[in-house]
Write a protein that binds this ligand. Structure first.
Ligand code: F6P
Length: 502
């Protein structure tokens, strides 16, 4: 049964005609623009506590934003008037909220427990736990040495071959969880089409000990196929044609293409059309990650994602962390005209997290047509960029402190390094406060008044990583609901692919 969300008819001027949108427009002009964050803090000694809260193991401090309690009230009303609660329920119920592809959106089922009853009637959902069990048997087999290369040597090197969602998630997570790598195993990845990644890897890999994990939802993506064939040629050349069966494993929804490539049936792990590429690292696409960290750790990442799902599903709009991040995104994007947002993790282990979020947010929200085919009535996805904190400080943060651009920031801060924490806090404070010393020459003045969120967590664990990823997945979804777009299609990448193939 389609719900209030899937059935909704958007007015011609949606969302700009929602009462909360109008209230926010007035409130922005009359009360918030031109106010310095410094003054908001001076006036309210409890501001830091008032605008902070915890969800799962993440603590969000959003006090350094251009908001007051009235702003937050209007923003929560906007979420309600845009039917965000109904949209959340529609997703968990397995409704076809990806309208342009006529598909459900159920990455949340991949990390659910069967007792959560997430869309169990949707074809494929009940197979989720079986695939995880099969992955576990495979991963354990590789670790114990039961599963070996064609010459019976133990596997030591895992190479993920994929691109976009079939690369960024597992690669980002494998770097984030480096302390969890199983002894004796190494992780590598190949994505770009120019062949150089594999060329370099061949110099250091022993073919007898290498397992290629070919990840592709469609198993037709040109980059992945070119790289997978090149890897297969290398295995055939160094070992023999039979070795292909022992050195290639795949995650895909396209079984025919797996037959053609020569992937044996017990080395295949499937998923379903309701898993979008950029939402797929929770599925068999996470196999390369599981192979390097172990299935127990992989399941802990899933548990972290589920924890955030429960929070997202159960919390009211004004106490819901993904909703809050989305509303702040909409606030800056649509009411302050921000064009971009920076993601700055203060741990090098999250160095690929900004790249991961680029695909998640820009492929999801880079739309100018609404779900009903009409043009959008407001700006949609911002440009997302970023870098691990200290590196950022010593390259592009000059522009953020003194440039003419308005760039809201999300700082991601584990509490494990005192020096990183001191630097992260200093950056957030400098952006917010600026300088007040009137004797400074103009070029040394920091105006401040530049907003940021800080997401703290005591340690980067498999669970907190899962929570962070799910947090941003849901943030992107909520923004899309407010703008009236389909956050789960990606038609914009098709034309270039077609032209490249001639
Ligand atoms: O071209 C974009 C895209 O379709 C992404 O959405 C996807 O993550 C990536 O290509 C890879 O697709 P596949 O997993 O089918 O190879």
């Amino acid at each position: 049964m389609p719900s209030k969300y899937t059935d909704r008819k958007l007015s011609a001027r949606y969302p700009t005609d929602l009462p909360a949108w109008k209230a926010l427009t007035d409130h922005c002009k009359s009360s918030m623009r031109g106010k310095h964050l410094r003054d908001l803090f001076a006036r309210d000694k409890k501001r830091a506590q008032r605008f902070s809260f915890k969800a799962c193991d993440l603590a969000l401090d959003y006090s350094k934003n251009h908001v007051n309690t009235t702003t937050m009230k209007h923003l929560a009303q906007l979420a309600n008037q845009a039917d965000v609660p109904a949209a959340i329920e529609a997703m968990f119920a397995g409704e076809k909220i990806n309208k342009t592809e006529d598909r459900a959106v159920l990455h949340v089922a991949l990390r659910s427990k069967i007792s959560d009853m997430v869309a169990l009637d949707t074809p494929g959902v009940r197979e989720v736990w079986e695939v995880l069990t099969n992955m576990e048997a495979f991963v354990d087999g590789v670790h114990s040495g039961k599963i070996r290369g064609s010459t019976r040597k133990k596997i030591t090197d895992i190479v993920n071959i994929g691109i976009g969602g079939s690369d960024l998630g597992p690669v980002m997570a494998s770097r984030a969880l480096r302390p969890c790598w199983k002894a004796g195993f190494r992780y590598h990845s190949v994505s770009n089409i120019d062949g150089t990644q594999l060329e370099d890897l061949k110099e250091e890999l022993d073919p007898e000990r290498t397992l290629f994990v070919v990840c592709s939802k469609t198993f037709t993506t040109q980059e992945t196929m070119v790289n997978a064939r090149a890897a297969r040629d290398w295995i055939v050349e160094k070992l023999d044609a039979v070795a292909v069966q022992y050195h290639f494993v795949a995650a895909s929804t396209n079984h025919e293409a797996l037959d053609d490539f020569g992937i044996r049936s017990d080395y295949r792990f499937g998923f379903w059309d309701w898993v979008g590429g950029r939402y797929s690292m929770w599925s068999a696409v996470g196999l390369s990650l599981a192979l390097v960290v172990g299935m127990d750790v992989f399941r802990r990442v899933l548990a972290g994602g589920r924890h955030m799902d429960l929070h997202f599903r159960q919390s009211p709009m004004d106490e819901n962390m993904p909703v809050l991040l989305a509303l702040l995104g909409v606030w800056y994007n649509n009411f302050f005209g921000a064009q971009s947002q920076a993601i700055l993790p203060y741990t090098n282990r999250l160095d690929r997290f900004p790249a991961y979020l680029q695909q998640l947010q820009m492929e999801s929200s880079g739309k100018s047509v609404r779900m009903d085919g009409k043009p959008v009535r407001c700006a949609t996805g911002m440009v997302i960029w970023g870098e691990a904190g200290s590196n950022a400080q010593h390259s592009f943060m000059q522009l953020m402190h003194q440039g003419t651009r308005f760039v809201p920031v999300d700082f991601l801060l584990p509490g494990t390094s005192k020096l990183a924490t001191a630097n992260c806090r200093a950056q957030a404070q400098a952006l917010m406060e600026g300088t007040t010393d009137k004797s400074l020459p103009a070029w040394r003045v920091h105006e401040g008044n530049r907003p940021s969120n800080t997401i703290h967590f005591s340690k980067l664990t498999p669970e907190t990583l899962g929570q962070l990823i799910a947090l941003y997945e849901h943030k992107v979804f909520v923004e899309g609901v407010i703008w009236g777009i389909d956050s789960f299609d990606q038609w914009g990448v098709e034309l270039g692919k077609k032209l490249a193939q001639g």
